[in-house]
Ligand binder design. Structure first.
Ligand code: NDP
Length: 450
């Protein structure tokens, strides 16, 4: 593809910074495939793969506890259904806009392809902020959101999942509304409660999968997680379960964070301390700073957004798992981590590293995994939840966990093999992008111009 055509694709949606970055990265890294297949140009592959099949936007009015009507925006970006029905998370956060959802949906297409399961890519959400809202407000919002979305989704068309700001509570309210509106109890959402169609290990899957992936990466250098010091950011679903599995495999987790700051516990966060974090964040919906009231050996550092680095990433450790938000490891953080002898950086969140930070880790031969490979365990187990719903049965936790391990091992192998085949041995970013891209493109070619 020429620079002119890339410019033309990007020029159609000016201002969509996050989406442009994702498109540019994919196109740059799959260049060896494009060079081998000049015919892709005639079939308009890049033009089609960067254009959502459908983009839905709707008004979400709801009534707050004071009786005041509030209005948020709801979205669903259905990016690509070449290999299966649309599948991907929902995000409720004030920063949500079309550019962010298009970037997430675009990444999701390749992530889902890497799992080798029949799932296309989508993402959706709202600029609603669940933080500080009562349960009743969250429920009324979810009911209105689903009233707008329910016409566009279905177990054979588009199956949304949880995500940032959308946990078990929100999925429950969304599912209840869908069921009532459509008079249909189906597998239209994943991340459901265990008692009503959910899968064992779905809540844990993203975090566990990240650590299984990291284990495979370390094994390529004959190392394990045992005894390794680890920095984990976030304290939500992904961060909690990344910390949990790291502890299980003998690693020492030193940090957890939220948007107000981070805690550093030099003694390590053990299982008991992690249970406290889970209760604090999932039930009490408190702030991470409360950790130091209970565990006085730890230090809390308040977030300071005027800094061009995050002090969390300036502690000495061997492994880093950014599990909170986009762009949380920037250039200076990358230098700080390298100066502190980091060995592995495994993305838990979607794109938590800036492009500069990625480049620095690759140049320094640090083991670096992109989120689309490392955090694919969440959507993979969602795929397993869909399979169980279709068969009206529940696999045991051990069975799902075993399948998750195998899937993560396979994604790791596919990424390494694709990187080596295309002249970039050990580069998981190039490998994951190419392996996912080839699968989607082959399906698109088979299905004609649609
Ligand atoms: P949660 O909402 O459960 O947790 C998000 C965490 O990030 C919270 O600790 C939150 O703190 C923190 N956070 C949010 N905004 C900021 C910010 N601006 N600065 C610092 N910290 C922040 O979300 P998940 O754990 O589910 O998702 C985390 C990431 O993982 C996202 O990028 C998501 O897209 C990605 N992901 C999630 C999957 C899943 O299965 N859940 C699957 C694949 C990817 P606070 O409590 O203050 O808001």
């Amino acid at each position: 593809m020429s620079d002119t055509s890339l410019k033309q694709i990007l020029a159609r949606d000016p201002g969509e910074r996050e989406f442009h970055q994702a498109v540019q990265e994919i196109i740059e890294t799959v260049k060896p495939v494009l060079d081998r297949h000049p015919e892709y140009h005639r079939f308009g592959i890049l033009e089609r793969i960067t254009e959502p099949e459908r983009l839905i936007m709707f008004r979400v009015p709801w009534v707050d506890d004071e009786g005041q009507v509030r209005v948020n925006r709801g979205y669903r970006v259905e990016m690509n259904s070449a290999i299966g029905p649309f599948k991907g998370g929902l995000r409720f956060h004030p920063s949500v806009n079309i550019s962010i959802l298009k970037f997430l949906a675009f990444e999701q297409v390749f992530k889902n392809a890497l799992t080798t399961m029949p799932m296309g890519g989508a993402q959706g959400g709202s600029d609603f902020d669940p933080k500080g809202k009562s349960d009743e407000e969250v429920m009324r919002f979810c009911q209105s959101f689903m009233a707008g979305l329910s016409h566009h989704i279905g177990q054979d068309t588009d199956i949304p999942d949880g995500g940032l700001g959308v946990g078990a509570r929100e999925i429950g309210y969304l599912f209840g509304t869908y069921k009532k509106q459509r008079n249909e109890f189906s597998g239209v959402l994943t991340g459901k409660g265990l008692g009503w169609g959910g899968s064992y290990i779905r809540p844990e899957a993203t975090g566990y999968g990240i650590v299984y992936f990291a284990k495979e990466m370390l094994a390529t250098r004959n190392e394990t997680l045992k005894g390794k010091t680890c920095l984990v950011s976030g304290s939500g679903n992904v961060a909690q379960h990344t910390a949990e599995k790291t502890i299980d495999l003998g690693g020492k987790v030193l940090t957890q964070s939220d948007s107000s700051g981070y805690i550093f516990d030099p003694e390590g966060i053990d299982k008991e301390k992690l249970s406290f974090v889970k209760r604090l964040k999932n039930i009490k919906r408190g702030r991470i700073s409360e950790y130091i009231d209970k565990y006085s050996g730890a230090i809390f550092t308040e977030a300071d957004r005027t800094l061009d680095y995050n002090p969390l990433w300036n502690h000495k450790a061997e492994c880093a798992f950014p599990c909170a938000f986009e762009g949380e490891i920037r250039e200076k953080d990358a230098h700080n981590l390298i100066n502190n002898d980091i060995k592995l950086v495994c993305e838990g969140a979607d794109r938590p590293l800036s492009s500069e930070a990625v480049r620095i880790f690759l140049d320094n031969k640090i083991l670096y995994a992109p989120g689309k490979a490392a955090n694919a365990g969440g959507v993979a187990v969602s795929g397993l939840e869909m399979a169980q719903n279709r068969m009206l049965l529940n696999w045991s936790a051990e069975e799902v966990d075993q399948r998750l391990k195998t899937i993560m091992k396979n994604i790791h192998r596919a990424s390494l093999d694709a990187a080596a085949d295309h002249g970039e041995p050990g580069n998981y970013l190039v490998g994951a992008n190419i392996a996912g891209f080839i699968r989607v493109v082959n399906a698109m070619l088979d299905q004609g111009v649609v």
